[in-house]
Design a protein around this ligand. Structure first.
Ligand SMILES: Cc1cc2nc3c(=O)[nH]c(=O)nc-3n(C[C@H](O)[C@H](O)[C@H](O)COP(=O)(O)OP(=O)(O)OC[C@H]3O[C@@H](n4cnc5c(N)ncnc54)[C@H](O)[C@@H]3O)c2cc1C
Length: 471
């Protein structure tokens, strides 16, 4: 029997791809989840009036990873539940940053790069010229902030890239690896001495084709050029359906089953000890739990591996969901806004959920707080009431909403998003090499290693299972 640790999206997707690719009548599969809930950070509070997403809220449809998720969604029979944001919708065209307590819409059309748009002091085309005049710097890795400042100027790093990093991983662009989002551009600098030089030299090279067969849903997303999408009833519908799919296909699914230790016997035998002290004898383990949690399970037998896993940092995020039961429009139509870290604001940004998802009634907002700066801004003992008060003060001041929320919900998500800091990709390669050299029957999936978003987690499960099943 093979086991999957963790019933978040990573674990459930691993089960899905194992069923699809390699589980047969002779191979049994079991999934162990520590809590009584399947979905990990994907959790939707649903009522007739609003949906409060506790974790992720939208999925990007583009690129091979985005298309792969749409293939899975169709195969799970969820196509009818998809609610897409089309390219002309304000949630696609209007993404804002908050500088000096004022909202500025970031340029979304090519023509806008020739004019000056606040908060930038010069037209963005000049950022491209900056790249042409700067020499290349030979580096193995760099922070995304340094890279963008060096190539395109500090304003782009401060007002576009730093808030974007807050939006994606609640992190500090000055610490996050350039390879997290701009691997190809960084390689252009390393190979050709500049980004635009690299773009021009690669322009006429044949681009790799998308090799995967596309479902009707994936093709529809391309034809209609979706910006992002969500699922009716909230994103929790996805892990719920995945879990049902595993159960219907005879996967043993155990909740309240925290695994507390892993003991590797040989290359095809491994023992798991659960919190009740029971020992389970297995052939292979797929770890879809956070790296810091896995570190504890392997510490006794493999302290060095444990140390390396522990080095992948995670941050806490405060989530404040607000529902205003009002016929009146309280916000401008937009995706929402992010706050550049330079502003030293207690909030990372606000998503305008009622604009992104037509199912919502009234005005629904989600305020995100803390992230990389959670401890320094709020300490260790901040209460949910205090976080709500902080969020409301910012909402009143920036969005000029005077009404009290009809319903609010506050959650502090501890160690919820891994930070792919400088050196992350070398560390993950080293960890996987260690596992291979020691012949450990262990595969790593989930958001700690190959990407932090929903598409990355699903694709990483697919890629890992396909590698294992062809061995
Ligand atoms: C606030 C927030 C907003 C986000 N927004 C977006 C977004 O808009 N779009 C997007 O694409 N992505 C977003 N993401 C990222 C996305 O949610 C994650 O990539 C994904 O949910 C990670 O899934 P996972 O299975 O790897 O990890 P997790 O969700 O952490 O699941 C791990 C599971 O393992 C279990 N576990 C831990 N230890 C043990 C143990 N010892 N034994 C058994 N089980 C154990 C846990 O209980 C948990 O259920 C967001 C994340 C957060 C936190």
């Amino acid at each position: 029997m093979a086991a999957i640790l963790g019933g978040g999206l990573g674990g459930l997707s691993t089960g899905y791809y194992l069923l699809k690719n390699c589980v047969n009548a002779h191979m049994k599969l079991a999934l162990f989840e520590a809590s009584d809930f399947y979905g990990g950070w994907i959790r939707s509070i649903r009522t007739n009036d609003y949906i409060f997403e506790q974790g992720p809220r939208t999925i990007r449809p583009k690129g091979p990873y985005g298309l792969n998720t749409l293939n899975m969604i169709q195969e799970l029979g969820l196509s009818e539940h998809v609610s897409a944001v089309l390219p002309s919708h304000p949630a696609a065209t209007t993404r804002m940053v908050c500088v000096g307590h004022t909202l500025h819409t970031l340029p979304s059309r090519f023509s806008q790069i020739f004019t000056k748009t606040k908060p930038f002091s010069k037209p963005l085309i000049l950022a491209a010229l900056h790249d042409l005049t700067q020499p290349g710097l030979e580096l193995k890795d760099d922070s995304i902030y340094n890279f963008v400042s060096r190539r395109f100027g500090q304003e782009l790093a401060d007002y576009a890239v730093s808030p974007m990093i807050c939006g994606i991983c609640a992190g500090d662009a000055k610490e996050i690896s350039v390879k997290f989002l701009m691997k190809t551009l960084f390689e252009y600098e390393q190979t050709h001495g500049g980004v635009l030089k690299g773009v021009v030299k690669n322009m006429f090279k044949p681009q790799p084709e998308n090799e995967q067969a596309l479902s009707e849903l994936a093709l529809k997303s391309q034809e209609e050029r979706w910006s992002v999408y969500t699922l009716q009833g909230g994103l929790e519908t996805l892990p719920e359906t995945l879990k049902e799919h595993l159960v219907n296909n005879n996967v043993e699914v155990h909740s309240n089953s925290k695994i507390e230790e892993i003991e590797f016997v040989d290359s095809s035998s491994v023992l798991l000890r659960n919190k009740k002290g029971e020992i389970l004898d297995l052939k292979h383990v797929y770890s879809a739990i956070p790296a810091h949690a896995l570190a504890k399970l392997v510490e006794r037998q493999h302290p060095h591996l444990s140390e390396q896993l522990e080095q992948i940092p995670f941050v806490n995020v405060g989530i404040v969901n607000l529902f205003f039961d009002s016929q009146e429009t309280l916000i401008a139509p937009a995706f929402g806004f992010l706050v550049p870290p330079k502003e030293n604001s207690p909030i990372l940004g606000v998503v305008f959920d009622s604009c992104c998802n037509p199912e919502q009634k009234g005005t629904v907002l989600t305020v995100m707080l803390g992230g990389r700066w959670f401890k320094e801004r709020f300490g260790d003992n901040i209460t949910k009431d205090q976080l709500l008060a902080i969020a409301m003060k910012e909402v009143r001041s920036i969005l000029k909403i005077t009404m009290e929320p009809t319903v609010s919900h506050v959650n502090i998500l501890e160690k919820c998003i891994p930070q792919y800091v400088i050196g992350h990709y070398d560390r993950v390669e080293y960890i996987r090499k260690y596992i291979k050299q020691h012949n450990l029957p262990l595969s790593l999936v989930g958001c700690s290693y190959d990407g932090v978003g929903i598409n990355d987690v699903i694709y990483s499960a697919k890629a890992q299972v396909e590698r294992d099943c062809t061995v």
